[in-house]
Write a protein that binds this ligand. Structure first.
Ligand SMILES: Cc1cc2nc3c(=O)[nH]c(=O)nc-3n(C[C@H](O)[C@H](O)[C@H](O)COP(=O)(O)O)c2cc1C
Length: 185
């Protein structure tokens, strides 16, 4: 098939997989998923892969890594929050919550660190009636009750019924391109 992308020149540094390039061209908002374990322990996780999937009932889907602490917590209590980071100051929050909470997951990636990190320490937040964190500096937020857990490769899609929500600041949501990190491929 003819296509507009010429083949890479011989000796060019890196051939970019055209399919990966297409996946990376997708646009995402930047969110923080708040979750709570059965014993009340809280967690917060950076997530791009969030979308509305039904009007009636109002449902959203979030794809979560199979070994994420967040997924385990949501399986336990069936509740979570979605915080929409603000374009103005969301990057600092994203930095604070980007690493996995558990040392074993970090070790799998970088070969270092142990223990559990409280990613909410140092962030200003309140606790919603559903028990999950709502960040003071979010542009807006909503809360969900998990209704389905769909295995999808190395992630699980959690479908949640939206139970509450609000926009609490003026301005725009932070998008992944502005954050400068990629989560696609
Ligand atoms: C820009 C960006 C977007 C991300 N989006 C997601 C996502 O949508 N789903 C996911 O499971 N992990 C995502 N991650 C990775 C998680 O934030 C990361 O694995 C997290 O540490 C898991 O947290 P937990 O084990 O504390 O629950 C993203 C990472 C980055 C840098």
């Amino acid at each position: 098939m003819n296509h507009p992308n010429p083949p890479p020149l011989p000796g060019s540094p890196k051939e970019i997989d055209p399919v990966e390039k297409a996946m990376l061209a997708l646009s995402y908002g930047v969110h923080v998923i708040g979750s709570r374990a059965a014993d009340g322990t809280l967690n917060a996780m950076l997530a791009d892969w969030v979308m509305q999937v039904s009007f009636k009932p109002r449902l959203v889907a979030v794809a979560i890594e199979n070994d994420a602490r967040t997924l385990r917590f949501i399986r336990e209590t069936k509740v979570f929050s979605v915080n929409l980071l603000h374009q103005k100051d969301g990057v600092a929050i994203a930095r604070q919550v980007v690493m996995p909470a558990e040392g074993s997951k970090i070790r799998g990636r970088t070969g270092e660190a142990t223990g559990v990190v409280d990613k909410l320490a140092g962030l200003d937040y309140g606790i919603h009636d559903n028990g999950c964190a709502i960040l003071d500096d979010a542009l807006g937020w909503f809360t969900c009750e998990a209704e389905q857990f769909l295995p999808t490769g190395d992630h699980t899609v959690v479908v949640g019924r939206v139970t509450d929500g609000a926009v609490v600041r003026t301005g725009e949501m932070l998008i992944e391109r502005e954050l400068g990190w990629e989560y696609a491929g």
